[in-house]
Design a protein around this ligand. Structure first.
Ligand code: SAM
Length: 352
């Protein structure tokens, strides 16, 4: 297995672990740093059945990584210690992997981008199901482990980088040129779930779908319909670009170490066109964010932050003209209604 020189920063600490109550959201910045990768020396698509590059026996290689015993063996062999700050909970349940792989709809003409391969349990399955796999891992300590356990697979590139700082357009060109389609498939680090999902969606990458393990509450928020407490700006952002579908709920015992929250696999099928047509996307999402600023307030009271108090009467008229009761709360509005309000605000000059 070949390994390129390492130019990137190592593992970033900070953030919260998988057991956060709010789904662990964190701000994210531009993605400008270069990245490094190693590539299997085996020919592409070839999954050898014999030993790995660093003394791993052929028996070990035949056992799936996603079992409690093999995961513990790998961790022990490499002296690996988990970092909660990087959301490191490794999947050890083969049935859950079956469901993830089935939902992703991969075949040898398609590629998969994985965020956070860990010790490679999902990566191994992706290598068997897809034509090409690129896995982006922030933790430098995992790179030699991945080199070892993934050595039988010729179609995997592991990229040592922070996904939030990775130039994904460039990565796409380098890794996935000529493929029929690409899916993002990952057991996400929960402390950065929302920034990762938003980066993938906002960059308008030519991806077919996103199949990810996330904290259960976050999956519920992404898939929520208007009217319930789970419906919010994340639901709207995700549903603007994708059709969400809950695949399965996953208990803590499916991971090592077991997190103290439940997880869920969600599939986000990319829409050919956004769910609603708006003249200015940035303004649309600004209106949505402002409408949800204080969930207990009415729509009119939240939107007054845009119009200014002196134009509150005008704002009330505008909402009524959109056929929307100003006393409603943001969580009851559909995407179409938000689009209507946004266009009316732009026309009125209240939204600059
Ligand atoms: N895919 C493995 C599995 O299912 O067992 C590991 C999943 S674990 C929940 C999340 C992985 O994401 C860890 O390997 C962690 O080091 C990595 N990670 C955390 N933050 C990251 C980031 N910003 N960019 C890339 N990888 C990250």
């Amino acid at each position: 297995m070949k390994k390129t020189t390492d130019k990137n920063g190592g593992a970033k600490s900070g953030g919260t672990n998988r057991g956060t109550k709010n789904g662990g959201e964190k701000k994210y910045g531009p993605h400008t740093k270069p990245y490094q990768y190693f590539k299997s020396s085996k020919p592409e698509g070839a999954a050898a059945k014999t030993s790995g590059s660093s003394g791993t026996s052929s028996n070990d290689m035949l056992k799936e990584i996603a079992t409690s015993s093999r995961t513990r063996d790998i961790i022990r062999k490499h002296g690996f210690t988990f970092k909660k700050s990087l959301g490191q909970n490794f999947l050890i349940n083969s049935d859950v992997l079956d469901q993830i792989i089935a939902a992703a709809g991969l075949d040898e003409t398609r590629g998969a981008l994985e965020v956070g391969p860990g010790i490679g349990s999902l990566t191994e399955r992706l290598a068997k199901a897809a034509g090409k796999v690129a896995s982006v891992e922030i933790d430098r300590r995992l790179i030699p482990i991945l080199e070892d356990v993934l050595s039988p697979y010729g179609n995997v590139n592991v990229v040592h980088s922070d996904i939030l700082k990775t130039d994904l357009q460039q990565l796409w060109k380098e890794q996935f040129a000529g493929l029929a389609g690409v899916s993002v498939v990952a057991n996400l680090p929960y402390y950065v779930t929302t920034p990762i999902i938003m980066k993938l969606l906002e960059e308008r990458l030519p991806l077919e779908n996103i199949v990810v393990m996330v904290q259960k509450e976050v999956a519920q928020r992404m898939a929520a319909k208007p009217g319930g407490k789970d419906f919010g700006s994340l639901s709207i952002a995700v549903q603007y670009y994708c059709e969400p579908e809950l695949v399965c709920i996953v208990p803590g015992k499916a991971f090592i170490p077991a997190p103290n929250v439940e997880s869920a696999v969600i599939k986000l099928k990319r829409r050919a066109e956004p769910a609603v047509i708006v003249s200015d996307e940035a303004k649309f999402f600004h209106v949505v964010q402002t409408s949800f600023a204080q969930r207990r307030k009415t729509l009119a009271n939240n939107l007054a932050a845009l119009s200014g108090k002196d134009r509150k009467g005008e704002l009330t008229e505008l909402l009524l003209a959109c056929d929307i009761n100003p006393e409603r709360r943001a969580e009851t509005l559909s995407l179409q209604e938000f689009a209507r309000v946004c266009e009316a605000l732009i026309r009125s000059g209240m939204l600059v």
